[in-house]
Design a protein around this ligand. Structure first.
Ligand code: UDP
Length: 400
């Protein structure tokens, strides 16, 4: 498979992304694609903590940056990214477009591919929260409708797509690329110890929290309850909170800073540091999507602070879903009560999100839609071209 990737023309696969989790989850695929990857960053996440420093850390090539997206309302993020991508795809058409997940950047990438009739590969297809209040849910559904190749992370994701009428031949179960991201970037034991020492923490002796979703931050009353729960826990054991820029701003605006007095607030940390902290935490408290998956690879318990989840696979063993509110500390106490034996049990369980070879499989799927110039056609070597799978008209047209 890899030798075929090596024959792809340079910059022939456009990888469109715009946020921290997309960088994490597409890094291994971008590395596998090598010179064939053309990374386009919409600028949806524009803080250096959430983007620039991540590119360096993950060893990714400098992306092409779009402008006019970061900090804008959702419609403008999508519209401006779409316009920017279309301009670039017109000037230098890729042979395929890859997007990941459910962000506005991913939706813009999918629409841009569709507008230029380019094959679209969707990494992490088939997630559904069925929560129509989540913009991401709409993004996911729309991207899955447009995609030619749907890389479902789990067999359940595939089933959800089939139930929506997506033809089976468009779907492949690849696993989630986060598994290889965690395995590659989790530091070795001695480096983890050094990270814990830096923050004055002991293994299995602290809570790591991340809170950034609008459902937890945008209503001051809800934010007050969530931060109040963390503050209460901080009287019992250290609570470390890498503070997302949105949460920091909302906390200041609502005058809730005093609730954070006993919480160890730190700026967002790099991925390696985050994995070091997450892998040795007694319990995590988070509303992040990616963290729900990562804790299953790290074998640590999670209290997921959300109304709904599109990752129910994590709930079987690793995570407890708690509506933003007063149940957070109760759920944390339940996990703490399971002690070392509980942690050992989780560490022995496999992640439901795959075996760490998803990126390799996705690169393999790309060889079905990108035909490099060296491939032999019936009349000798063909020029590089895109193959549009599953796009032929139905044999019988049933419409009017
Ligand atoms: N993360 C990180 N540093 C932090 C907090 C989170 O590297 O200080 C990583 C985390 O491991 C996960 C990703 O950022 O891979 C999650 O990003 P976020 O919570 O912004 O997005 P979501 O997963 O909810 O889409």
């Amino acid at each position: 498979m890899n030798h075929l990737i090596n024959t792809f023309p340079s910059r022939s696969v456009a990888v469109v992304l715009g946020t921290r989790p997309e960088l994490v989850k597409l890094a291994e695929l971008i590395r596998t694609l090598g010179p064939a990857a053309r990374v386009l960053h919409t600028g949806q996440h524009y803080d250096d903590d959430l983007s620039g420093s991540f590119l360096d850390e993950l060893g990714l090539p400098a992306p092409e940056y779009l402008t006019g997206v970061g900090g804008r309302p959702r419609a403008l993020q999508v519209a401006n990214a779409l316009a920017g991508l279309d301009e670039r795809f017109a000037a230098e058409p890729p042979l395929a477009v890859v997007v990941q997940g459910d962000t506005n950047a991913a939706l813009a990438g999918a629409l841009a591919a569709n507008a230029r009739d380019l094959p679209l590969v969707h990494v992490e297809a088939g997630l559904r929260s069925h929560d129509r209040a989540m913009p991401e849910e709409h993004n996911r559904v729309l991207i899955d409708r447009l995609a030619d190749v749907l890389c479902a992370a789990t067999p359940d994701n595939r089933e959800l797509l089939l139930a929506e009428g997506v033809p089976a031949e468009r779907i492949a179960v690849t696993g989630n690329t986060v598994v290889e991201a965690v395995r590659r970037h989790r530091p070795r034991a001695e480096d983890r110890e050094a990270v814990l020492a830096e923050y004055g923490l002991t293994r299995d002796g602290y809570v790591l929290a991340t809170i950034h979703r609008p459902e937890n931050t945008d209503d001051p009353a809800v934010l007050a309850v969530v931060l109040g729960e963390l503050a209460g826990l901080a009287h019992e054991l250290p609570v470390v909170l890498p503070l997302h820029p949105r949460t920091r701003v909302r906390t200041e605006e609502a005058g809730l800073d005093p609730l954070l007095d006993d919480v160890t607030c730190i700026p967002p940390v790099d991925y390696t540091t985050f994995l070091a902290l997450a892998g040795d935490a007694a319990v995590l408290v988070s509303d992040s999507g990616g963290v729900q998956e990562e804790t299953t690879v790290l074998g640590r318990p999670l209290v997921a602070v959300r109304r709904s989840t599109e990752r129910p696979e994590a709930l079987a063993e690793f995570a407890d879903l708690v509506t933003p509110g007063l149940g957070i500390s109760t759920a944390v106490h339940r996990r703490l009560a399971q002690g070392k034996a509980g942690l050992r049990r989780l560490a022995s369980l496999p992640s439901p999100f795959g075996d760490g070879h998803a990126s390799e499989r996705i690169a393999g799927l790309l060889t079905q839609v990108v035909r490099p110039s060296t491939a032999e056609g019936p009349r000798g070597p063909t020029a590089p071209h895109a193959v549009r799978p599953h796009r032929s008209a139905p044999a019988v047209f049933a419409g009017v």
